[in-house]
Write a protein that binds this ligand. Structure first.
Ligand code: NAP
Length: 497
């Protein structure tokens, strides 16, 4: 079984990463991209053994895991392409103006890597947000070595992927120490990594408690470092009156499927549904309850997540004025009742919701709370009181949108992705995606964890003043040998100077 890495092992891994950093940061964008494509190839070559191992460790179905592996390969390949394209470098050049008073020197700025990045993956994405997931791909593209702390819920899966990264590093001539895989159940392992002097940034995907703890450790270091923690969210869905009147049955089916997708184990799971008291809302709650009753309870990722879900669900249902609407009526035929997540819908009035902060918290699993507001004003008050979210959704007609401008403004202010007439589950990997949000959805709302812009988390700006062309990095040379897009004297261009 996997044991906790010792302080001595952690120190040598961090020293090796620091050594590797000074070599890897000088590697070209093409070399970094080649390494990332090689990782993608090695993961693909792991074949069915990788899928079977992940199925055993996570209880996730085969089709989901195959899809997630394909997504992980796509992430590596698309971030590699973005790495080579170089837009993320934000190259800016202002050439010298000797006749200006005072004279302007030649100044050229680009983004440079921070240093070794420690990555903590989530249990619910054993590939896409784990060992070779988005954080690892972003850090390698940025020019940073990576130390992965394997998630204890899927250590063997993590080990296979780590071996694939190591093979890719060897085949593409990467420096020793470019990647390391650390195991450990104890939180001390994570703490030792984050507080090590050579750790320069952290990527985390997981619970609020975990992300906040890591962020606190990082900020209390003698040299504080950034932690990019993507944490839980309740992803509120606002049901506006005209849309609900037109489409309550369809929305109920759509939302029920989103709540129960993957046994509710998505950070974008819609855990809060907010409507205004009406016949349409009653009919929606009835239809949603019926759909939930007919959903088979699935087995959760591991016993710890199943226990946490059962406890948090019970705690939420015990709160004053919270009423159970429906739970699944279908028995779990896998004989695994201890590990199943029972699909559940509850309801509460708007005033109670505003008074009780516990009802604003994520219940990670197939659970959602319908908040019944007395009127439009109460819905606005609820929206203004909500914490930061990864996503927020309006189910609305055009007339609803025109009649609820203040609500839309309030909701826009709390989320990273603002959805109209859709569901929050399903996160496209593309440049325009924002996966992050105001605290506590993430620790830094200026960045996101999905799409190649995620590379920008692990870099810092560096300006070169008065350097001769031959000694500048390729990215900033007059001839623009990499043909990247740069802002030269305030004009965006791919041309030479
Ligand atoms: P988790 O329990 O927080 O675990 C994530 C990682 O952090 C694990 O390696 C874990 O190690 C470590 N960790 C947790 N607490 C720690 C602490 N106090 N000190 C040191 N290390 C700590 O999260 P999970 O159960 O894997 O995932 C479920 C949660 O992740 C949900 O809340 C979900 O919403 C969220 N999530 C967010 C996103 C997003 O993109 N925003 C994506 C997926 C999931 P140990 O296992 O040893 O504790």
């Amino acid at each position: 079984m996997y044991k906790d890495s010792s302080p001595g092992e952690i120190n040598s891994v961090m020293e090796a990463a620091w050594e590797a950093f000074h070599i890897y940061r000088g590697f070209s964008l093409k070399q970094r991209a080649g390494f990332m494509r090689a990782i993608a190839g090695e993961i693909g070559a792991c074949g069915d053994a990788l899928i079977q191992t992940a199925m055993q460790e996570t209880n996730l179905p085969e089709a989901r895991l195959r899809g997630e592996r394909a997504r992980t390969i796509f992430q590596l390949e698309s971030y590699a392409a973005a790495c080579e394209k170089g837009d993320w470098l934000e190259a800016r050049i202002d050439t010298a103006l000797p006749d200006k008073n005072p004279p302007r020197p030649d100044i050229r700025k680009m983004l440079v890597p921070l240093g070794p990045v420690v990555v903590f993956g989530a249990s619910n994405f054993p590939f896409a947000y784990s060992t070779a997931g988005g954080d690892t791909a972003s850090a390698f593209a940025a020019g940073c070595p990576v130390i992965v702390k394997a998630h204890p819920a899927h250590p063997r899966t993590s080990g296979i992927v780590a071996a694939a990264i190591t093979r890719a590093a060897e085949k593409t001539g990467m420096p020793k120490g470019i990647f390391a895989h650390i195991t450990g159940i104890s939180f001390e392992v994570g703490k030792a990594l984050i507080t090590h002097v050579h750790c320069k940034a952290v990527g985390f995907t997981g619970s609020f408690a975990g992300g906040k703890q890591l962020s606190d450790w990082a900020s209390q270091r003698p040299e504080p470092i950034p932690v990019f923690a993507e944490m839980g969210s309740v992803n509120p869905v606002f049901l506006l009156p005209e849309k609900l009147k037109q489409s309550a049955p369809e929305i109920a089916v759509q939302v029920a499927a989103s709540i129960t997708l993957g046994v509710g184990q998505f950070c974008t799971n819609p855990g809060l549904i907010i409507g205004i008291e009406s016949d349409a809302l009653q009919s929606f709650v009835h239809d949603l309850g019926k759909a939930i009753q007919q959903t088979l309870p699935g087995i959760m990722l591991h016993q710890g997540i199943a226990d946490a879900f059962a406890n948090k669900r019970e705690e939420a249902l015990m709160q004053e004025n919270v009423h159970l609407v429906a739970e699944s009526l279908l028995a779990d035929d896998a004989g695994e009742s201890q590990r199943t997540g029972l699909p559940t819908i509850a309801t509460v009035d708007g005033k109670t919701f505003q008074r009780n902060p516990l009802l604003h918290k994520e219940v990670f699993g197939p659970y959602s709370l319908v908040v019944r507001c007395a009127d439009q004003l109460e819905m606005l008050q609820v929206a203004r009181q909500l914490e930061g979210q990864l996503t927020a959704t309006l189910m609305a007609s055009l007339a609803d949108l025109k009649n609820n401008v203040e609500l839309a403004e309030a909701v826009k202010n709390i989320c990273g992705r603002f959805i109209l007439n859709g569901v929050p589950t399903g996160v496209e990997v593309c440049l325009s995606m924002q996966h992050g949000g105001p605290f506590p959805a993430s620790t830094d709302s200026r960045f996101g964890a999905v799409g190649a812009d995620a590379i920008r988390r692990f870099v810092r700006p560096l300006a070169f003043q008065n350097w001769p062309d031959e000694l500048l990095p390729e990215e900033l040379k007059n001839a623009n040998p990499l043909h990247i897009r740069r802002t030269v004297n305030n004009e965006v261009t791919e041309g030479a100077i």
